[in-house]
Design a binder for this molecule. Structure first.
Ligand SMILES: [Zn+2]
Length: 398
């Protein structure tokens, strides 16, 4: 496990990736691109296409993808980090590094709710959020971009609180409903104040997650109108199907499906979104660390489940954990496109999968084998210690 400052480690560096077997863009409009090479400078994609047409001269590093698939770094839309690479929830060290080995290069906090003795008074709530934002902005565990500092709103907060949080650099709200605000009108007012000051919100959806939390049903979710319908499949207890359908139909906000949720409800939400032609709203998270633990492969497990049981092409489902999340949450990453950060996962079919290709194996429910991850153009891990072994892995050629 490496913890390091976020100072640009690759200033002036030119990266060339060649021999890409399959390029998944992360964009639902065109999930597969016809390109076999990428050039990135200073950690940003500058050109992509056929290798013979690109300027690969003067590269400071060259990766031979060896025919593997290049996928945008996966985004976990729903995590609960606390401090560095430690989670008190399961008293585990190195959980973020383990998720990197599952292809996750960006994580979004839904609240630092597991901090022992977490403050619930307003000054304390704000102080914790600012501390978490600062600490994860300054130190990226294993290079993973952890967007944290997500205060859980409490009764009594006023617009000035959201304004001062925004001015201090806070950009997210923790899960609405985990604090003392449980009623729709109050939640709606606070979400609106947050939005006015550029702070994005997520709402807890479904039954209580742990003793002390409570039911947030579709009426509260619709009233609050948060940017993300957090774990529409429950965390873990799901709402009745009729309510999940109402959330898909009566809201235009992001439909978040999580690993630590109800699998049947996940498939119901997916099918409803598909029927409504709203697959562009589907985003994925783990809700880890949770009572079910940390799942380093949580995002790829959800991808394989939704593709195989939900009967969707794998290249479409990869967009849920990349381009969709980036679009719904205004992130820079999530797409393989010129001008985007060079955050990549190299994948291949796992050894001895019944599927002959990456896409076929995921469609059959197998997990991809991960051979390498890169963040901002820097190699962060090689053959995954967590996924089944990839059939082929990329090589550092220079
Ligand atoms: Zn959560």
């Amino acid at each position: 496990m490496a913890i390091e400052e976020t100072a640009k480690p690759n200033r002036g560096k030119k990266l060339v990736i060649r021999n890409i077997g399959l390029l998944l863009s992360g964009d639902l409009e065109q999930p597969i691109l016809d390109a076999d090479a990428i050039v990135a400078i200073d950690g940003v994609i500058r050109a992509m296409g056929k290798e013979k047409l690109l300027d690969a001269e003067g590269a400071s590093s060259v990766i031979d993808a060896n025919g593997t698939a290049l996928v945008p770094g996966l985004i976990d839309s729903h995590v609960h980090p606390v401090a560095g690479d430690w989670t008190p929830r399961q008293n585990q060290l190195g959980w973020i590094d383990s998720c990197l080995h599952g292809g996750v290069t960006t994580m979004i906090s839904a609240g630092e709710v597991h901090l022992p003795g977490r403050p619930k008074d307003i000054v304390g709530v704000k102080a914790l959020a600012i501390t978490a934002q600062r600490s994860f902005a300054a130190l990226r565990p294993s290079g993973v971009k952890v967007l944290a500092g997500a205060p859980v709103i409490e009764q009594g907060m006023v617009e000035e609180d959201f304004k001062s949080l925004a001015e201090a650099g806070v950009k997210l709200l923790g899960e609405v409903g985990l604090g003392s605000v449980k009623d729709g009108p109050t939640a709606r007012q606070m979400v609106a104040w947050a939005r006015k000051h550029g702070i994005q919100s997520t709402i807890h959806t479904g039954g209580p997650s742990i003793p002390g939390s409570s039911l947030i049903d579709k009426d509260v979710v619709l009233a609050a109108d948060a940017d993300v319908i957090g774990h529409i499949n429950g965390g873990h207890t799901a709402l009745p199907d009729v309510q999940i359908r109402a959330l898909c139909e009566d809201s235009q906000r992001a439909i978040e499906i999580v690993h630590n949720g109800n699998e049947r409800a996940a498939l119901f939400a997916l099918r409803t979104a598909k029927e409504l032609n709203h697959l562009d709203r589907v985003i994925l998270g783990t809700d880890a660390p949770a009572g079910s633990g940390v799942q380093p492969l949580g995002i790829i497990r959800v991808i394989a489940a939704l593709s195989s049981l939900g009967e969707l092409p794998a290249e479409v489902v990869f967009c849920f954990a990349t381009g969709n999340t980036a679009r719904m949450r205004n992130l820079e990453g999530g797409l393989i496109a010129v001008g985007r950060p060079a955050d990549f996962v190299f994948m291949d079919a796992p050894q001895h999968s019944a599927g002959k290709t990456l896409l076929e194996s995921v469609r059959l429910g197998d997990l991809p084998g991960i051979g390498m991850t890169m963040i901002d153009g820097v190699v962060r891990s090689e053959r995954s210690r967590n996924t089944p072994p990839a059939t082929r892995v990329p090589k550092i050629a220079q």
